[in-house]
Structure formats: structure tokens, C-alpha cells
Design a protein. Sequence first.
Length: 191
Amino acid sequence: MLEKIINLDKELLVFLNGLGSPTYDGFWLIITRQIYWTPIFLLVFYLMYKKIGLKNLLISIIFIAVLILICDQTANLFKNSFKRLRPCNDLEINTVIRIVKSSKTFSYFSGHATNSMATAMFVFLIIRKQYKYTFLLFLFPLIFAYSRIYLGLHFPLDIISGYVFGAIIGFIFYKLYQLYLNNFALKELDL
């Protein structure tokens, strides 16, 4: 059963990766780098600031930093435990896919997908009631993680697993954030 899932995963990668063309390679190399998303991150932080205030924004940024640290280290733990080769290093398919970028690290599961989904989920849950189009935040992990398939760095299952883990961690951190704010607000009332 597991072998069948892995074969389907490879077939889907070959299909999705094959949709690319050299014309768009530069675009997807930009998309895969977090630094180029900075203007969007700053816009989201500004929107958060407008609705939750500076103090809560700073608290949420600390939560996001810890969230990313946990997601990143967990993804690395899984990668080093499963040791699944990246598509660009998988001898079974690396001659039939487009390799735009390569890496020597392991593949399962995607840290990019995990971090981006966890952050998007966390922020979405904080500001979803204040903005009508908050769901658009989920375009970030979708586009960001697809770039990893396009470049030949991750299999679809790496991305999906990262999404699931990231969504769970984002939700847990949102609950912890609420708990922290509720306890902090109660302590302020006692003063």
C-alpha cells in the first residue's frame, strides 16, 4: 500500500513539475524565497496592528517566531528520520523531471509548506472576523509550496503532509495565544 502511494506521489510530481517551462523558472525561483514575500508580510502585520493593536501584534509575532521554530525543527526531524530523497536526487525520476534548483537535504516533509501553512492558519484565526477576505491568506502557502514542486525539490505528499502538520500547529498556537491573552487580561484586572 505504501509503495503504491509513493508511486502515485511520484507520478503526480512528474505531471505537476512537467507543467513548467524555462520561461517561468525565474519567477518560481523568486516565489520560493521568503525574502521576496516581505511586502506582503508587512501588509499583513499592518492589518493585524490596525485590528488588534501594537501590544497584541508584538505578542503574536513572538508566537509566530516560536511556531516557525517548532515547525522548522519538526520538519528537519522528520526529514532526517525518513530520509526520503528529494525529487532532484531520486534516480528513479530525476531524469524525467525539470530540475530548476537542487538541494542535498532530504524531502519529507516540506518545511516551506509547514511554516507557511502554520503561519497562515495562526494569522487567519486571529483576524478572520475583522476582514472579509482573510481567507486569501491561504494563497501564500499554496503558491509558496507549489514552487517547491515546480523547482523539483518536493513531492506533493511532502507538501500535503506539511500543510496538515502546519495547520494543526497553527491552530494549537492560536489556542495558546488566546489562552495567554485571556490569562494576561485577567491578571491586569486583578491589579
